[in-house]
Design a protein around this ligand. Structure first.
Ligand SMILES: [Fe+2]
Length: 289
């Protein structure tokens, strides 16, 4: 099996990992970008591409060609830079077809259907569960891993699993399940699917929140390490115990600072909305969320 090379880029403002995935040994120079970040300042409503420009610089300096721009889910804590990346480097934007459920959930909140199609056509491609695809010579497949949101997807590329927020590093646990359509029970079932991967596979997480200052943000643990040490979802965790702990920990969690702009932009596959008088707007629904 061809094993991918992986470069992670950490965004300290949102604790997000963006990944570039390619195979140094392959002649084709194709790569995928997973979970990119568009910097956004809520107070001023100003977006910046500084974080993604570092990713673009890396891709260009390696002479790589972007084939896929992938999202593990509709993020609620950062804006995707997928549209900007596609403009700069090409490639196809893609996400799980379960995005259609997420679009349906948020339509009554934002009423943005004039520029946010409910059929998901703003993405270049929607993956089916268990779909197999390729990134140049690299073999890849999809595992539907709902729980954090209904549309979470893990991308298994060679021996590397990019799991978004379905699991975090062993000392952090798993992603919250209190968003609309989230489910602690589904999350547990998804962690079992991921832990069923071979023990030497590398699991790359979507965020890292180090429990204390003693450890720097990290991005990877092996399946064996996750099985033996994940504080919430290790191999020994029972379904009941996981659901109880996950639900308790999600009680009274604050709304992510960038929830409203993130959802609107991410549901449009990285585009800001239709212009009014040459200006684009983020809607703030009052007393809904
Ligand atoms: Fe998330």
């Amino acid at each position: 099996m061809l094993k991918p090379d992986v470069r992670g880029f950490f965004d300290p403002a949102t604790a997000t990992w963006t990944y570039v995935v390619w195979a140094e040994g392959a002649a084709d120079k194709k790569c995928a970008v997973i979970d990119s970040v568009l910097d956004y300042d809520m107070a001023s409503g100003r977006a910046s591409t500084a974080s993604t420009d570092k990713v673009i610089y890396f891709i260009r300096s390696k002479g790589l060609q972007v084939e896929w721009i992938l999202e593990t889910h509709i993020h609620a804590d950062h804006l995707t830079a997928s549209r900007y990346l596609r403009e700069k480097l090409g490639g196809k934007t893609a996400i799980s077809r379960h995005i259609l459920d997420v679009l349906k959930t948020w339509q009554p909140v934002f009423h943005n259907e004039d520029d946010t199609p409910l059929d998901g056509s703003q993405f270049d491609y929607l993956f089916k569960d268990d779909e197999v695809f390729s990134i140049g010579a690299l073999e890849a497949r999809i595992i539907h891993a709902p729980g954090h949101t209904p549309a979470d997807t893990a991308y298994i590329i060679g021996d590397a699993a990019f799991v978004g927020d379905a699991m975090f590093l062993p000392d952090v646990g798993t992603g919250r399940c209190d968003f609309p359509g989230g489910s602690a029970a589904n999350s547990y079932d998804s962690t079992r699917k991921l832990l069923d991967l071979p023990e030497d596979y590398r699991m790359y997480v979507g965020h890292d929140y180090p429990p204390d200052d003693a450890r720097a943000p990290l991005c990877m643990a092996t399946i064996a390490e996750q099985k033996s040490a994940n504080i919430l979802a290790g191999a020994a965790a029972s379904r009941e115990a996981f659901i109880k702990k996950r639900t308790e920990s999600d009680k009274n969690k604050s709304v992510p600072a960038l929830l409203l702009p993130s959802l609107q932009v991410n549901l449009r596959a990285g585009a800001f909305g239709r212009e009014t008088g040459g200006v684009q707007y983020i809607k703030i629904p009052l007393n809904v969320v």
